[in-house]
Design a protein around this ligand. Structure first.
Ligand code: AMP
Ligand code: MG
Length: 406
């Protein structure tokens, strides 16, 4: 029991040995999920020029001040300014310029009368409501001024962030890319879902599940074909993949006893991957190391049981992805709930039990079927219930820390 390494110490060791990816220039169209390496400061005002917020008529406010339904004001239309027209115009007193949303505001214009307040005329327009100074005008810089912080270093780029970068004119951005990850499942028993099975074989679920988890964690994922339990084949696959990715994740072949543990056998030859027993359940057998010459590729060798693999991914790999992108690692648990039923846990090990968290009641119901092969109960769970190392049982009503599942 004392030979087990704690979850926390293993995490620290992993994160300390990872080097964040080097920031690089990334075309905006590929920047989804990248993490900014430095602040993005507005170089120009947003919007870049005074423009109309509506389709209507640019006016001098005094010219329409008296307009009403009973006493409309009729004025000549001296020009038309559609969006994208770069002609700079000046509005003369007593006249209006028909203007579209987003079009450059003529010099001298003080307000835009929405088309709904007019008869929509082209030669002359009849206006039935006044528009005060600045009405329906978007001022240059009313969204951001030069020098304003648009996005802070450490921001992961999502749709709105990509949008503001585009709006601010960035065709490319310096950021840490989505880590490239290859997921490799190993095992002679694995058949591809969609192909026939005979007893003794199982469908490969880990590589699909882990690939999905890695994608949700913000990675670019390649799913390797299944590798047989042959150390030479495993080593060849790992070395080839390691050369082209930022992170490798394998499943299977690292359990405690067997001479059939091909991943362990293959990587023991290299010597740079440490295999240990972690004080957790599920997920005790773990391997982590760095492969090749700098920049070295981190590899996680996760246990084969699907729930062990998933829990290991959530606790070790997902935060490692954040480190690679230069992000802070949040604590393992980010919430808590009250147990609806008692739970048990082996002494000296931290349990991660599948549960269903009810947000409204702030309760968590442990699921039946907590064995590490029971993926059906994993699919029903929305959280992992964390039972601390010293605790062997917790009664119903105990407040427990929860880990959200991707
Ligand atoms: P191992 O770690 O290779 O000893 O595998 C432990 C258990 O996990 C065995 O029951 C395997 O059949 C199962 N397993 C290993 N890899 C996968 C996989 N890719 N998909 C589903 N189950 C797996
Ligand atoms: Mg195996």
């Amino acid at each position: 029991m004392t030979s087990l390494q704690t979850v926390d110490s293993y995490r620290e060791e992993i994160f300390a040995s990872l080097t964040p990816l080097a920031p690089q220039e990334i075309p905006l169209a590929e920047a989804d999920g990248a993490v900014l390496a430095s602040d993005v400061i507005a170089a120009w005002p947003l919007p870049g020029f005074d423009n109309s917020a509506m389709d209507g008529y640019a006016v001098i406010a005094a010219d329409v001040a008296s307009a009403s339904t009973e006493h409309p004001v009729t004025l000549p239309v001296e020009a038309e300014a559609p969006a994208g027209d770069t002609t700079s115009r000046t509005l003369s007193p007593g006249r209006v310029i028909k203007i579209m949303t987003g079009a450059l505001l003529p010099a001298g214009a003080e307000a835009v009368v929405p088309v709904e307040w007019t008869d929509g005329g082209s030669e002359r327009v009849t206006i039935t409501r006044p528009a005060g100074q600045g009405h329906a005008i978007r001022r240059a810089g009313d969204d951001a001024r030069p020098g304003d912080l648009l996005l802070a270093a450490g921001t992961r780029l999502g749709p709105a962030q990509i949008g503001v970068l585009a709006a601010a004119g960035h065709g490319a951005i310096v950021a840490r890319r989505r880590p490239r990850v290859t997921v490799i499942s190993t095992g002679n028993e694995l058949a591809e879902p969609g192909t026939p099975l005979v007893p003794g074989l199982i469908w490969n679920s880990n590589s699909y599940m882990l690939a999905s988890a890695a994608r949700q964690a913000g990675c670019d994922v390649t799913r390797h074909t299944v590798v047989r339990d042959d150390p030479a084949a495993v080593l060849a696959a790992i070395e080839l993949a390691a050369a082209t990715v930022d992170l490798l994740v394998t499943s299977g072949g690292v359990s405690m006893g067997g001479e059939h543990d091909a991943v362990k056998a293959a990587l023991s030859i290299l010597g740079s991957v440490g295999f240990r027993k972690i004080a957790m359940q599920p997920g005790m057998p773990q391997g982590f190391g760095l492969l090749g010459s700098p920049p070295r590729t981190p590899i996680f060798t996760l246990p084969g049981n699907p729930v062990s693999a998933m829990v290991s991914f959530r606790i070790f790999v997902e935060p490692a992805v954040r480190v690679l992108q230069g992000l802070q690692v949040p604590p393992v648990s980010t919430g808590s709930g009250l147990l609806t039923d008692p739970v048990r846990s082996p002494a000296g090990r931290r349990s991660f039990l599948r549960g269903i968290y009810d947000r409204q009641a702030a309760t968590v119901a442990p699921l039946t079927g907590q064995n590490s092969h029971q993926i059906a109960s994993l699919a029903r769970a929305n959280v992992l219930i964390m039972v601390p190392e010293p605790d062997t049982e917790l009664p119903a009503g105990t407040e427990v820390d929860l880990v959200d599942l991707p």
